[in-house]
Design a protein around this ligand. Sequence first.
Ligand SMILES: Nc1ncnc2c1ncn2[C@@H]1O[C@H](COP(=O)(O)OP(=O)(O)OP(=O)(O)O)[C@@H](O)[C@H]1O
Length: 285
Amino acid sequence: MNAVVVEDLTMRYRGHTALDGVDLTLAPDTIHGLLGRNGAGKTTLMRILTGQEFETSGRVEVFGQPPRENPAVLNRVCFIREAQKYPQNFKVREAFAAAAIACPGWDQAYADRLVQDFDLPLKRQIKKLSRGQLSAVGIIIGLAARAPLTLFDEPYLGLDAVARHVFYDRLLEDFSENPRTVILSTHLIDEVADLVEHVVLIDHGTVLMDADADGLRGRAVSVSGPAEAVAAYVEDAPVLHRSGLGGQLRVALAERPERPAEGVSVDSLSLQELIVLTTNQGDGK
Ligand SMILES: Nc1ncnc2c1ncn2[C@@H]1O[C@H](COP(=O)(O)OP(=O)(O)OP(=O)(O)O)[C@@H](O)[C@H]1O
């Protein structure tokens, strides 16, 4: 069974369409990267999947059932938001105690290890934590909850690079021992490029890309060299972006052409470059 099935999903706020006929199927036991510019509709989609928002129209199923007011689904879901709120007078340990009660799959021993990894002061009040420490609380809850569907919405505001990599490492390690469906929304595309197995790119409420990360890696290329040679080499290939200076041309292609390159350089595009160019193309830039 798929973890998530969304058909023709539309979400309209007064005067604004945040999601516009989205079709999406997310396989179980996979780390999905949910990418897109500010305001693209990522949080709205995650709020609908977790029953915090009700769609205007369309079909939404999580583990085969609609999430809307459905404890059978919602008990299997953990959603960690960018600006996750906790009762302000709680100490860190009390936030974890509350999560342990709310999350059926909670692993206290694992949470304790993560507290050490992130060097979190358990006895400190939540309101006294630094921004990064607050993010670490959310990340620890999201990991130790071991929810069958775990959603992280930009979970690392204020978290330094070392701590972010602790998060990626722990997520990958724990995922291999306890596979589950993870949806990670992020703007740090390069950092998660090797972590995510499937990429969904949303732009202006529609899905621009829905592809396996392995298939994307090394598929998109940049071709550069003398303008004439580049133009001949790229021929009818679908062009993502074109830029030139003097007699030189650089063309980004979604697919690496099969013919051998002659007189041009062909280099793989990073996932980040591919996402930026695909988004710009979708925006008509
Ligand atoms: N309650 C609301 N009322 C009106 N408009 C809303 C509401 N919630 C979201 N929107 C709008 O819907 C669009 C999608 O918002 P959403 O929060 O889903 O974007 P996002 O992709 O998560 O962006 P970011 O990366 O900045 O977090 C935005 O234009 C936003 O302003």
